[in-house]
Ligand binder design. Structure first.
Ligand SMILES: C[S@@+](CC[C@H](N)C(=O)[O-])C[C@H]1O[C@@H](n2cnc3c(N)ncnc32)[C@H](O)[C@@H]1O
Length: 270
């Protein structure tokens, strides 16, 4: 089996079963990690239907090269698929944004601690087994203390990242940590196309927070920007999505897919 030079080589052993493929193990690890209230779960080929509609509107509305944003990318797998689906179109750059991309791993004998770049504890492994959630929470409560302790005893972390290997080799794809609730000003009025997939859901965030995220999406989108918001159901078959265009600073609905996004009303209101 190919060894990958990423954090999961350190914590993968607890998933190794002869039946498990590399793909399955990786997806399992992402499904265990949480950011805000969301899981980092992703899957292969889950956005094909959404990408085809985006493609249609890009062809229809743009003649010049465009800048695309994919928000909430998890491993970047679905960004890579977006890249593949749009490859024949005039794309200047695709930006993949996620609140969490970089990791720090501290190892103390049989204990492994996984932190994000804001020093939030994500996972603890003991003797190659991921700690059960209730034990993990005990460590979570003292996460700041743990980091101070590691510093005090000069225990160095290993830096790693959550992106699938080789993504950064794609010249016109760039990946950055960005929080959808607090996006850097340099991205204001920046994007021609924005895809938000399985991030802005009522089950994850309050309406107040969702409104804030939508206002931020408005800030980073250019006039005539195309925005898609979707949610993939558990059976992973058909995405519920809505597609919008920004006109005179407001979002207008272009099309619904499978009943539309649960955020449609909010998008049209804000
Ligand atoms: C369920 S995954 C979706 C991954 C991918 N878009 C897909 O549909 O397969 C949700 C992603 O949103 C990210 N996320 C959660 N809160 C975020 C925030 N405040 N800002 C940016 N990304 C966030 C998580 O890290 C995670 O990668």
């Amino acid at each position: 089996m190919k060894k990958l030079n990423y954090f999961y080589t350190d914590i993968d052993s607890f998933f190794i079963s002869k039946k498990n493929t590399e793909k399955k193990r990786i997806l399992k690890i992402y499904s265990l990690l949480r950011v805000d209230n969301t899981f980092m779960t992703t899957a292969y080929n889950r956005m094909f239907d959404v990408n085809q509609i985006l493609k249609k509107y890009i062809k229809k509305f743009f003649t010049k090269k465009i800048v695309v944003c994919d928000f909430g990318i998890s491993s970047g797998q679905s960004t890579l698929e977006l890249y593949d689906d749009l490859i024949k179109l005039k794309i200047k750059k695709i930006y993949g944004f996620d609140k969490q991309i970089y990791l720090k791993i501290y190892r103390i004998k049989n204990l492994i601690f996984l932190f994000n770049s804001s020093n939030e504890l994500l996972m603890v492994e003991y003797k190659k087994h991921c700690l059960r959630y209730r034990y993990f929470l005990m460590f979570k409560k003292i996460e700041k203390f743990l980091v101070n302790l590691f510093n005090l005893f000069n225990i160095k972390s290993i830096k790693s990242e959550l992106l699938m290997p080789n993504l950064n080799r794609l010249d016109n794809c760039k990946f950055y940590e960005q929080d959808i609730f607090n996006i850097k000003k340099k991205y204001y009025n920046f994007f021609d196309v924005i895809r938000i997939s399985n991030l802005l859901n009522y089950s994850y965030f309050s309406e107040e927070k969702l409104k804030k995220a939508i206002l931020n999406i408005k800030k980073i989108s250019k006039e005539n920007c195309i925005i898609s918001i979707n949610r993939t159901p558990i059976n992973k078959k058909k995405n519920s999505a809505s597609f919008f265009i920004k006109k005179n600073g407001k979002f207008e609905l272009l099309e619904d897919l499978n009943g539309g996004s649960e955020l449609k009303k909010l998008m049209l209101m804000v």
